[in-house]
Design a protein around this ligand. Sequence first.
Ligand code: SF4
Length: 339
Amino acid sequence: MKTLSGLSLKEIEEITDSLKASKFRARQIHNWIYLKSVKEIDEMTDLSVKFREELKQIARVSDVKIKVKQVSSDGTIKYLLEYPDGECVETVLMRFDNRANLTACVSSQVGCAVNCSFCATGKRGFIRNLSYKEIIEQVLSIQRDTGLKVTNVVFMGQGEPLLNLDNVLKAMEIFNENFQIGARRLTVSTSGIVPQMNKLAELDMQSTLAVSLHAPNHEIRKKLMQIENKYDMKSLHTAMKNYVDKTGRRITIEYLLIKGLNDTIQSAKELAEYLHDIKCNINLIPYNPTADNDYQRPSNNSIMKFKYLLEHSGKKVTVRLERGADIDAACGQLKGKVS
Ligand code: SF4
């Protein structure tokens, strides 16, 4: 039995050819899958009943199940999706009230080997990579469930996207071509996998690169992110500079603000100095406390002071709106299991 979700137009044509149907039928099926997000073949109403019956004998729309769905008071929806092998990942749909943007935050791996100390996913360790089809199924599942069209995709769910780069790149190509999501509306986030960042720089794509920095210096970063032992802030700085030089594009710096650890005036000054020659925007993310560690969210006053000091250094700084904290869908809270 073939699964239609995730197939290219050419692959769908192979199915319609096997049923001795025209290439136009393949185009119709392709539209139903990617643009109209149907759940069943019977919903493809511009195909004849006879053809739908034939198609149902050899194909189905999807083999991914929504195991749990949670809706936050702010409209954020978190899904726990189950793949046919029983492995699960979380994917999140964020809506921003005054914008038409619907952003899917997708996972790229089951579990994660990077094991950042603030992250619920890292606690599980690495289980396996997701295929590109499994990645795009997350967006299709959201679209099928809500009937809405996702406009932006961020690879900020579970897993380190750059440790599954081939599948992530293929998924991005499909988001761009099949879902008609502009490359500039795709963001890949990394904990700082330097060789893969250099590879991305060579590809010169239109998408955004987000770097999870989270610390102003080597000592603090080591406490938060084990990856600092492998690719330290010095090599990360060189990789970011190389990326900006090669692509001309601005990097997004993600910085989790944790009370008493990296939210001080000294930290803001060190961070400004570290980033002074990197073309970037800075996204401050006040930490969302979880049961898994003792980190705390800074006060609003500290957040604003930190922001002010960075802005003073000439950077554009935003404080990320907190989405879905009441359903554990906020940054660092995804686990990929029912708990
Ligand atoms: S924050 Fe990202 S890179 Fe770090 S452990 Fe969690 S999923 Fe992995």
